[in-house]
Write a protein that binds this ligand. Structure first.
Ligand code: PLP
Length: 389
């Protein structure tokens, strides 16, 4: 078939490395998978009850394109109370089909062919695909030498170098895959750098904002309101990945454009899901707290085991991932390390290379799994590293 039939960037795109890895290790039978990028908890029951009510009461019609006003009001109060953000529910908030569609609608709205988008790396792979599909160019900043934090000086130099065609920078804290979070000084530095680049937009993917340990979450939207598009949603905070509810918070000069793309892509987010989302953001505004307590205990078990071995780890202050450097005694790239580990121990981790070149040499461990699985997996990894490493 002629290759001219397709968007060349789609043709070039590979099936995600995570999927490839998953397929390859499935042949090893029953594995303990510390690979999941989603909460292992069920959605809170009161949220499920709300969805049932929505069905019974015939909330079965298209909603407003931006989402039910009541949902946007709930979202506005939620981010005001928790993160000190000020967004008008009338026209500065959009309900989307997951953070995924929020990102797609945002990038399609902003990008023209040839535009550049800075992506700190390692990164969540969707960012690169979306940027490329829009015929724009990703520019990666390797954060592995700075503790997987943005070094403001490097950011500023990179923005300066690409200033003529720079459209946006995508931030993601707490971060997938590294589990790191930014601090207030970094956020303030980023905000002041952006003021020197008034035509560049910060896209801040804050989907893990409710899963931050031992410190408050800081939103870029609080410090750089006029140039920031905040992406969030209920997938991680309320264990609702399959429900597909995302949120965009941005000044109206941005939302009034993004809403058009959003309408063309999906018309609106699901009415039943939105109805449940109102319950989640009001009555369930602290639903993430008990889940976070569990994550934290599991995280500590993983850290303890890794520290006894020779894994260096990035300070895991948020989300439910640990990004660990493969000990030097293993002369393998991350894919081979994970493949052999899965074969020999029946424990699956994600190779760091799935998150860009800067992730090579690392593994991502997800602790969104039961304590029992985690303990068993860490015992097996310990045995393995002690004998083979
Ligand atoms: C950093 C990041 N952003 C966005 C998403 C997508 O979230 P959603 O399920 O709301 O589309 C994920 C999912 O794993 C993620 O890790």
């Amino acid at each position: 078939m002629s290759t001219q039939l397709f968007n060349t960037e789609v043709l070039k795109a590979e099936i995600s490395q995570i999927r490839q890895f998953d397929e390859q290790v499935s042949e090893f039978g029953d594995l303990i998978r510390l690979t999941l990028g989603q909460p292992d908890f069920p959605t809170p029951s009161h949220v499920k009850e709300a969805a049932k009510r929505a069905i019974d009461e015939n909330f079965s019609f298209y909603t407003q394109t931006a989402g039910y006003l009541q949902l946007r009001e709930a979202a506005s109060d939620f981010v005001k109370g928790k993160y000190n953000l000020d967004y008008d529910p009338e026209d500065e908030i959009l309900a989307t089909v997951g953070a995924t569609e929020a990102l797609a609608a945002t990038l399609l709205t902003l990008l023209n062919p040839g535009d550049k988008v800075i992506i700190p790396s390692p990164f969540f792979s969707l960012y690169e695909s979306l940027v490329r599909y829009a015929k724009a160019e990703p520019i990666f900043i390797d954060t592995s030498k700075s503790g997987f934090q943005i070094d403001p000086a490097v950011l500023e130099a990179t923005m300066h170098e690409h200033k003529d065609s720079l459209k946006a920078v995508i931030f993601n804290y707490p971060n997938n895959p590294t589990g790191t979070t930014w601090d207030i000084d970094t956020v303030k530095s980023i905000a002041s750098i952006f003021k020197k680049f008034p035509d560049t937009i910060a896209i801040s993917d804050e989907i893990y904002s409710e899963i931050v340990y031992d410190q408050p979450f800081i939103s870029l939207g609080e410090h750089l309101r006029q140039q920031t598009i905040v992406i969030n949603g209920l997938s991680k905070s309320h264990a609702m990945t399959g429900w597909r509810l995302g949120l965009i918070f941005a000044p109206r000069y941005l939302t009034e454009q993004i809403v058009k793309t959003h309408q063309s892509l999906v018309t609106s987010a699901s009415s039943i899901t939105q109805y449940a989302g109102i319950e989640a953001l009001t009555v369930g505004k602290d639903d993430a707290v008990p889940m976070k307590e569990q994550y934290q205990k599991r995280r500590d078990v993983v850290i303890e085991a890794l520290r006894l071995l020779d894994f260096e780890i990035a300070e895991p202050t948020g989300a439910f991932y640990i990004f660990a450097k493969i000990p030097a005694s293993f002369d393998q790239n991350s894919f081979d390390f994970c493949y052999t580990l899965a074969k020999e121990t029946k424990v699956a981790l994600i190779p760091g290379s799935a998150f860009g070149e800067a992730g090579e040499g690392y593994v991502r461990i997800s602790y969104a799994a039961s304590m029992e699985s985690i303990t068993e997996a860490m015992d097996r990894i310990t045995q393995y590293v002690k004998t083979k490493g």
